[in-house]
Ligand binder design. Structure first.
Ligand code: DLL
Length: 433
């Protein structure tokens, strides 16, 4: 395949050039944060640092980390780097109240973010001849707006479908001859199955898919590729650093190029915080060196992966990250939604149930399922089926309000969930990803 790039002079720049950009932008960013984000300045002062201590990437390790807890402490404006009048948009994670992350963007931040997504679309073969069908969620979630903006930049005809309503998705996909599909891998698998079941395979013109926001296996990739007759590319990102497009796959499909002109990546030992040498498996940490409104330095993603600078046949020179192999915290991603077991526990306790529960996550027909098994208390115990069903319904709606997604609830007799002698086993994740 002939390689095309959205910004060849950046995507294929020499290592020296990339490092020069990073050095210059990091120094500038540290000054920006020092002057405009009192929360981070205080963290630097606590470490005895001033901007003069950071002369380039080799000094990055001196800076303090930022974590999701900092984001929560500083919510909503504490990490803002620009006056609100210069911000034009927010986006947010799928988590709920206590865990919600609100990220701010200036027009320039949006522009650079959309460039990153445009790079991903071109790496997947996109041109202005393409019809790009975006069925990531639109709204607060970054998936829809990010890929939508990237698609405009490439000049594709953009179908801003958002998620849901499979009949309508298929109708537009066929009538408008969509060639590139952007959605979560589980929704892609669901669409592929629907197309197969309805015998529509011959009517589909798709050639590529850009799938991310959740973990997916190589088996799932092969299955989707084969069912839809496309090449399926991975894309990674997180709300805190802008959204999708922090990294993306190229034709080699052996990891995702990190847009190093905007983000410096490090791998650390999640227990000690020590920076690990290239090739080690550890927690991914990002420093945004071009973001104005939400300039996070050394943000701990909690995603576990490996970085590699092995030369890539696509000609891009930016470092590659492996697919995330898990997380160093307890966050689950179910149907693309971030779920913390602590949120489930909060609901149970609020509703008068004990903290004896188990969360079972599975993937059935390529779609995630979430089930919560909860013990009744001796006080609310009942053997009337009608009464139990009523109580289960109450919990289902309280969980839906907290998590934003459906969780099946199964009430069981008091003391029937096995007690653990060590840490309680709260989560059973049966998905093979
Ligand atoms: O999921 C941004 C995104 C949208 C990425 C569309 C790709 C496509 P959040 O909701 O903030 O943002 O969730 C971020 O999702 O820390 C990872 O744990 C996980 N994640 C994102 N992309 C991938 C991927 C968006 N390709 C969190 N593979 C991240 C595995 C992924 N996990």
């Amino acid at each position: 395949m002939k390689q095309r790039y959205y910004q060849p002079e950046i995507e294929c720049a020499s290592r020296e050039q990339i490092l020069a950009w990073q050095n210059e932008r990091l120094v500038k960013q540290v000054h920006h944060v020092w002057e405009n984000v009192p929360y981070y300045r205080k963290k630097m002062e606590e470490k005895g640092l001033t901007p003069a201590d950071i002369k380039g990437v080799e000094d990055l390790h001196k800076l303090p980390f930022l974590t999701k807890d900092d984001l929560r402490d500083a919510y909503p404006y504490g990490l803002l780097g620009m006056p609100l009048k210069d911000c034009v948009r927010i986006q947010s994670t799928s988590g709920t109240t206590g865990r919600r992350v609100v990220a701010f963007y200036t027009q320039k931040d949006i522009d650079l973010w959309e460039d990153c997504c445009a790079r991903a679309i071109v790496a997947a073969g996109g041109t202005e001849q393409d019809v790009c069908h975006v069925c990531y969620g639109y709204g607060l979630f970054t998936g829809g707006p990010g890929l939508n903006g990237g698609s405009h930049k490439v000049g594709c005809l953009t179908l801003p479908m958002s998620s849901g309503n499979t009949d309508r998705q298929l109708q537009f996909m066929i009538d408008l001859e969509a060639t590139i599909l952007c959605c979560t891998p589980s929704y892609a698998a669901y669409l592929a199955e629907s197309i197969h079941e309805r015998g529509l395979r011959d009517k589909i013109k798709l050639k590529a898919g850009i799938f991310g926001a959740e973990a997916w296996s190589e088996e799932m990739r092969r299955d989707i590729e084969q069912k839809l007759g496309i090449k399926a590319y991975d894309i990674y990102g997180l709300t805190e650093t802008s959204g999708p497009g922090v990294s993306f796959e190229c034709s080699e499909q052996t990891g995702m190029h990190i847009n190093e002109d905007h983000f410096i990546a490090e791998i650390i030992d999640p227990n000690t915080g020590e920076v690990l040498p290239e090739g080690s498996k550890g927690e991914l940490v990002f420093t945004s060196i071009t973001k104005e409104a939400f300039p996070l330095l050394r943000y701990r993603t909690r995603d576990i992966c490996v970085l590699s600078r092995k030369p890539c046949s696509c000609g891009r020179t930016h470092i590659k990250m492996s697919k995330p192999m898990g997380r160093s915290d307890d966050m689950l991603i179910v149907k693309g939604v971030n779920v913390f077991p602590s949120q489930i526990e909060t609901v149970l306790l609020e509703q008068g149930y004990p903290a004896n529960y188990q969360i079972i996550v599975d993937r059935v027909n390529n779609s995630d399922t979430l089930e919560v098994m909860v013990e009744m208390t001796p006080e609310n115990f009942s053997d009337s089926l009608a009464h139990i069903t009523e109580m289960e319904k109450g919990l289902v709606s309280a969980l839906k309000a907290m998590l934003g997604i459906y969780a099946k609830v199964k009430l069981v007799a008091p003391k029937s969930i096995t007690r653990s002698e060590g840490k309680a086993v709260r989560v059973i994740d049966k998905r093979k990803i």
